[in-house]
Write a protein that binds this ligand. Structure first.
Ligand code: NAD
Length: 484
């Protein structure tokens, strides 16, 4: 019997498996497809490869400003495919090797079933239909998520696509309608527009990236419109039809009915958990939306059954899945007598509130902690903000895009003992070049509930993009770099 059987080899599954193996546990990993999951094969990695290409095109188009004589003469579809697939292959080979080295592999689809002794086991059905039972003292569900469609909309995979199909283009579509302005929709708009696609983004709520701070939504909308992307918000899709090799989206917006013709229609309206056929329902551990219900440590109500990643109703982000996997593996190690005492003493549940959120659209958006609206809801008027623009930042000027760092902080003197009237920074929001890297510093700040006065004393390099964050902290401490 294994110590742990992990079902699913995406970021949540392999993070659990690797951490558990590193702690000396015997780990089995069940995977129906290739290890790497959505992130490596259909998500984060291929999309970032194409976004990188799109960014290079934008740089080429700006090259004249830098005195360079180069031009973008179009896409070489084979070259694009080989770059995109090459990045996946390289990462896959490394991961596949590590999985073989550190775990016992079972290729097939796993399903949780009760064994004769009442213990939960994993029944693995291989591609040829044969089944085997894999037993472990603990079972970890890490089966990930799938791209949802809209009710009544048929995803044909050619004209009407989800991100699963849309990533594999070798020729950018002439006209694209992107439905949903979350991370996926906004990233696809940023991939296609520089490649010459006429893009329309259709969002049901009143702003793009509705989970981000409202100022970020305003800035990104402005940047998209300046580039010629049409952004329709508070828009209701009334029908999607396919017409030969093209399609039509009928949208109600601003009291009018608009018909949008498109060669590609991307449905990016969210993802759902892959729990329909894994035996979790029979165990009574699913909520009404199909997510696996766990405590803060990732344990379900069934003894020895845990869950990590997109199957849980937490942030559907690869790094959140990694973090959940580490915690579950550490808890199991401790329960199995493999954890060191100090590990047991310091282990904490994943801090989802201080997990960075990163959207690789152009300009990039990244945030951690509370938005201004959430902070005001929680702390009332005892909230203030400072924003430092990248417009006057040397590296921002070089990059040729605008953006800002916005800091949200408390003014009510908490946490206890904080000097003067100031309180901890509770949220940081960044729009602009490398925002997804710049958020690193802010993650420490909100996690450690740092005070602006402490942060103002930290020297930031010049010239750098992150000096804008230092300036925002200084302003929050009442020490602005220069007057208003
Ligand atoms: P999402 O839930 O983040 O966004 C979907 C958007 O579609 C929402 O803004 C919603 O209001 C809108 N919408 C829903 N129904 C609609 C309709 N009928 N018409 C118009 N708009 C409609 O989902 P997503 O963008 O598909 O991403 C799925 C998950 O994957 C998210 O949890 C996301 O965070 C994650 N993801 C993260 C990254 C990243 O971190 N860079 C990248 C891709 C995906």
């Amino acid at each position: 019997m294994h110590d742990i059987v992990v079902v699913g080899g995406g970021p949540g599954g392999y993070a659990t498996a690797f951490r558990a193996a590193a702690r000396g546990l015997d780990v089995a990993l069940v995977e129906a497809d290739k290890v790497g999951g959505t992130c490596l094969h259909r998500g984060c990695i291929p999309s970032k490869a194409i976004l990188h290409v799109a960014e290079v095109i934008e740089q080429v188009e700006r090259a004249e400003v830098m005195g360079l004589k180069v031009s973008f003469d179009g896409l070489d579809g084979d070259g694009l495919a080989s770059f995109r697939e090459g990045v996946i292959t390289r990462m896959f080979k490394g991961l596949d090797f590590l999985v073989s080295k550190r775990t016992t592999r079972h290729d097939g689809r796993g399903r949780l079933v009760r064994g004769d002794d009442g213990r939960v086991e994993v029944e693995v059905t291989a591609a040829d239909g044969t089944t085997t039972r894999v037993q472990g003292r603990h079972v970890v569900i890490a089966t990930g998520s799938y791209a949802k469609s809209l009710p009544g909309v048929e995803v044909d995979g050619e004209v009407v696509q989800t991100s699963d199909q849309a990533l594999w283009f070798t020729e950018a579509p002439g006209r694209a309608v992107v439905i949903g302005a979350g991370a996926i929709g906004m990233e696809f708009a940023s991939m296609w527009q520089p490649m010459g696609t006429e893009v329309t983004v259709v969002e049901a709520l009143d702003r793009v990236l509705p989970l981000e701070d409202a100022d970020c939504s305003v800035a990104v909308t402005k940047a998209y419109r300046q580039r010629g992307v049409e952004v329709l918000t508070s828009a209701r899709v009334s029908s999607i039809e396919r017409d030969g090799g093209a399609g039509r989206v009928v949208v109600e917006v601003d009291g009018e009915t608009r018909t949008l013709e498109a060669d590609r229609i991307l449905v990016a309206t969210g993802r759902g958990p892959n729990t329909a056929d894994i035996g979790a329902d029979d165990l009574g551990i699913l909520d009404e939306r199909g997510h696996v219900v766990t405590d803060e440590w990732g344990a379900t109500a069934v003894d020895g059954v845990w869950a990590v990643g997109d199957v849980r109703p937490t942030l559907a982000l690869a790094h959140a899945a990694f973090a959940e996997g580490f915690v579950v593996a550490d808890r199991i190690a401790i329960a199995s007598g493999k954890g060191r005492d100090e590990l047991a003493a310091h282990l904490q549940p994943v801090d989802h509130a201080n997990t960075p959120r990163v959207t690789y659209c152009h300009p990039e958006v990244a945030s951690v902690g509370l938005t201004e609206a959430q902070a005001r809801e929680r702390y009332g008027d005892a909230i203030a903000t400072e924003t430092s623009s990248l417009r006057h930042n040397a590296k921002g000027i070089l990059a040729g895009t605008e953006g800002f760092v916005k800091v949200v902080y408390r003014t009510d003197g908490t946490p206890a003992g904080a000097p003067g009237p100031e309180g901890a920074v509770v949220g940081v929001h960044v729009v602009g070049p490398h925002a997804t890297d710049l958020i690193a510093e802010a993650t420490l700040v909100t996690t450690w509930e740092a005070l602006p006065s402490e942060l103002a004393a930290i020297t930031h390099a010049h010239p750098s993009l992150y000096e804008a964050m230092g300036e925002a902290f200084q302003s929050a401490a009442g020490l602005p770099f220069h007057g208003a």
